[in-house]
Design a protein. Structure first.
Length: 369
């Protein structure tokens, strides 16, 4: 059965994949996301769009005066809170100084797109060059993604999947995440083979939303988004769900969900404090210093080590129980490059089993190198 929803907006679908409770609050109840993170991103995009519009109208690649005018227009149109204006100005003008617009191959910027399947998205900037279509997306967060991460990113896949259907005649399609804080970017090219199951994936998400709507059940799910979500939440806001002991499965699941939410928030807090310390120096809390410290790790080239051991005739000094081994993780890249090596090494494996408490996906293996 095909589930039909009135709109399949990219940001709404992506929200639903992470947490139906958050989806309902934002996309059903209309609760605005008023976090500083969201407001800052909205304001930056407004400024960038105003700047690109001015460059298009003047057929310019860059212009500092136009950037300053665009900044004022952007903060006015986005109603940017005063507390964010200073940092936004610094970041936007730094980005504008680095950014070089390509008016020759400009296709569109910040224009709402809708595909034949009612999937909608709003790309930040699109170039249509003879060698391919490129979608650029501005990111104001602190941690750039790798090519592999962008390749799996839902937004990247959603944009390119629909771009291929709206503009079907380009020889290739590229999605570029531009990290405005660093002046760097990660670009990934997609082909039709990358989307073999994507339509079914989106329809499955639509089905989940439709079922939640029918039942009026919107469970909260812990995940990375918890780090910046400020909505009222049954997982994050209820201290009663953290008993010190429990005996029934329902309590165990509830506590596990709370742990995932808390760990996501803690991880994000550490990243934010790390970034702050990188600029402002150490932060002292009750005698404990948070800081970016130099950590020295040491390693030795294995061929040279073996050569020295042979030279000194020390191989005999290490018997089977001596503990002198090479970890599986140290050999992982070599085994990946030469799979047959795994068979040669299998009879030599020294396995040690231990148990630890952790959270992981069922398909993940618990192995250490």
């Amino acid at each position: 059965m095909t589930i039909t929803l009135p709109i399949l907006r990219r940001s709404a679908i992506q929200t639903a994949t992470s947490c139906l409770h958050r989806y309902k609050a934002i996309w059903v109840d209309g609760v605005p996301d008023q976090t500083d993170l969201a407001l800052f991103g909205i304001a930056f995009h407004a400024c960038a769009h105003a700047y690109i519009q001015r460059l298009v109208s003047l057929s310019l690649k860059a212009d500092a005066e136009e950037a300053a005018i665009a900044f004022r227009e952007g903060i006015a149109s986005s109603l940017t809170p005063q507390r964010l204006v200073g940092k936004l100005r610094d970041l936007f003008l730094l980005w504008a100084e680095r950014f070089e617009f390509d008016p020759e191959w400009f296709l569109l910027a910040e224009e709402h797109q809708i595909s034949k399947t009612d999937q909608t998205f709003t790309p930040d900037l699109v170039y249509g060059r003879p060698d391919g279509l490129e979608i650029l997306d501005w990111k104001t967060f602190w941690h750039p993604l790798s090519e592999a991460q962008v390749k799996q990113d839902f937004q990247a896949r959603f944009y390119v999947f629909n771009a291929m259907r709206i503009w079907p005649h380009f020889p290739k399609y590229t999605f570029t995440q531009s990290y405005v804080r660093y002046g760097t970017q990660t670009s990934v090219t997609f082909t039709d083979q990358d989307f073999a199951a994507f339509a079914a994936e989106v329809e499955a998400i639509a089905g989940v939303i439709a079922e939640a709507t029918q039942r009026n059940e919107w469970p909260a799910t812990a995940g990375p988004e918890c780090a910046y979500c400020e909505l009222c939440c049954p997982l994050a806001d209820s201290p009663a769900i953290v008993p010190k002991r429990f005996t029934v499965p329902e309590q165990a699941v509830t506590v596990g969900s709370w742990i995932l939410a808390a760990e996501a928030q803690l991880k994000a807090a550490k990243k934010a404090l790390k970034a702050y310390c990188a600029v402002n120096g150490a932060v002292s809390v009750k005698g404990i210093d948070f800081d970016n410290r130099l950590v020295v790790s040491r390693a030795y080239p294995i061929d040279k080590v073996l050569e020295i051991l042979r030279k000194r005739n020390l191989f005999g000094a290490f018997d089977e129980g001596s503990g002198l081994t090479i970890s599986a993780s140290a050999l992982a890249k070599l085994i990946k490059a030469f799979p047959a090596l795994a068979e040669d090494l299998a009879p030599l494996e020294i396995r040690k089993d231990s148990y630890r408490f952790s959270a992981r996906k069922p398909e993940d293996e618990d192995e250490e190198g």
